[in-house]
Design a protein. Structure first.
Length: 268
């Protein structure tokens, strides 16, 4: 089971949108996928059409990561009505904010890792939508992860935020979790005609080289529309949605290569 955190240290760059795009690509590919909603805004749970009635959530899991609690906090995504496959959500909750202090104990930092270890044989890929800060929730997520995708947009503060995130990943790798590595930087909301955007992307490439992932994701309304309807991008009609779906497929290829995740299509 490969665990990928999707992070940004700055709100509003489309981190949850990238998580949903990758989840849609993984589901379309046939990977058994769990999306863990660690952002107190809980937008991933909404965007994946989950029925939360009678369910526990991530706050319960972080309180007590026992098997019974973990299983009661997972619900199937409504996306599974679209086509067969495994796509589940570890439900988010605004109460997760109570676990986002600046100085988590070592015991608290490992609680998500403990919870996910219970599910090791049941999923191929876990995507964690992180809180947009470097407090306890993000550290908890990174401690449970193999890789971190850092989402940014081509703006003035993007380089500084990406640099800060990569330094923090290195700090956690050294001090806490030696297996943790950056997947790279996902540049989101790109307007290809914008000279400013081209300049910022060049700046990111000059600083971070091959860590700047291809493709960069263009700004498209189709993704917001699919999200608003709580449907996977890969079944959303229209040329622009299908182009964007193809770009998320390419990002997923990178995730699968770095995590050595077998492609289900090769075994058919």
């Amino acid at each position: 089971m490969h665990v990928l955190s999707v992070s940004s240290l700055k709100g509003g760059v489309g981190k949850t949108t990238v998580t949903l795009g990758l989840a849609s690509a993984a589901f379309a590919r046939g990977l058994r996928t769990l999306v863990c909603d660690l952002d107190p805004q809980s937008d991933v749970s909404t965007g994946m059409d989950v029925n939360t009635a009678g369910k526990l959530n991530i706050a319960d899991v972080l309180t007590s990561p026992k098997e019974k609690t973990v299983r009661q906090a997972i619900a199937p995504s409504g996306w599974s009505k679209v086509h067969p496959g495994t796509i589940d959500v570890l439900l988010g909750s605004p109460s997760a904010i109570n676990f986002d202090g600046p100085h988590p104990s070592v015991r608290d930092v490992w609680k998500l890792e403990e919870a996910l270890a219970i599910l090791e044989s049941e999923y191929d890929l876990v995507l964690i939508d992180c809180a947009p800060s470097l407090n306890a929730l993000t550290r908890t997520s990174w401690a449970a992860s193999d890789r971190v995708a850092v989402v940014t947009e081509p703006g003035l503060f993007s380089v500084a935020a990406a640099d800060r995130a990569l330094r923090a990943i290195e700090e956690i790798r050294r001090g806490l979790s030696p297996r943790l590595q950056p997947l790279g930087i996902v540049v989101n909301r790109v307007r290809p005609q914008s000279i400013e955007h081209q300049f910022r992307i060049k700046e990111l490439r000059d600083m971070f080289g091959p860590l700047v992932l291809e493709p960069q994701l263009p700004e498209r309304t189709s993704l917001q529309q699919a999200q608003g309807a709580a449907k996977p991008l890969h079944v959303w009609p229209g040329e622009s949605a299908q182009e964007l779906a193809g770009e998320f497929d390419m990002l997923l290829d990178r995730v699968m290569r770095s995590g050595r995740i077998p492609d289900p299509r090769d075994t058919k």
